[in-house]
Design a binder for this molecule. Structure first.
Ligand SMILES: CC(C)(COP(=O)(O)OP(=O)(O)OC[C@H]1O[C@@H](n2cnc3c(N)ncnc32)[C@H](O)[C@@H]1OP(=O)(O)O)[C@@H](O)C(=O)NCCC(=O)NCCS
Length: 140
């Protein structure tokens, strides 16, 4: 069974292994678990599948003068060995739930055109691609 929970200090080592997988190659050098855990505007969600760390996503909130409180999603990833089982969709749904609780007006994210699976996932959740290349989901 999958759960979606807050980041804990001990998660870093496992997450770094996932960030380094060939299909992701995320640069994790700025990943500061203490700062992330302390930052109430940065919601770091760890995916646990049957007790194993299986992925990550983060949701950052900030205020834009003409849009009010908005959210941004960064660093979505599922461990290669757990893909295709609904965990990516699950963590995105968790973030949309948090976005609604926090009453943001919209969620933005960007995604490299090469990331076909991710882009299909975002579109299936109702994100619309804008001329700027941003994927946006209106919440309000
Ligand atoms: C994108 C990613 C997070 C999806 O995670 P996942 O757990 O495998 O996704 P799910 O099983 O929840 O699938 C959700 C949807 O994604 C899309 N999808 C998933 N795998 C896909 C594939 N191989 N090809 C095309 N679409 C795919 C589908 O729309 C799928 O919905 P469906 O099952 O109803 O058809 C994962 O592939 C990943 O970590 N990729 C590498 C890192 C990355 O690209 N991150 C996003 C950066 S913007």
């Amino acid at each position: 069974m999958a759960i979606y929970r807050k980041l804990e200090k001990e998660d870093k080592e496992k997450l770094v292994g996932i960030f380094q997988q060939p299909s992701a190659m995320y640069d994790y050098r700025e990943f500061d678990e203490d700062a992330l855990i302390a930052d109430e505007n940065c919601n770091c969600i760890v995916i646990e599948n049957d007790g194993e760390i299986a992925g990550f996503a983060s949701f950052i909130t900030y205020r834009v003068p003409t849009k009010g409180l908005v959210g941004r999603i960064e660093d979505v990833i599922v461990d290669e060995k757990y893909r295709g089982q609904g965990l990516g969709r699950g963590v995105m749904e968790k973030i949309i739930e948090i976005a609604k609780e926090k009453k943001v007006s919209l969620i933005d994210l960007t995604s490299n055109p090469k990331r076909a699976a991710a882009r299909k996932l975002y579109e299936s959740l109702g994100f619309e691609i804008h001329d700027t290349g941003v994927f946006r989901l209106k919440i309000k």
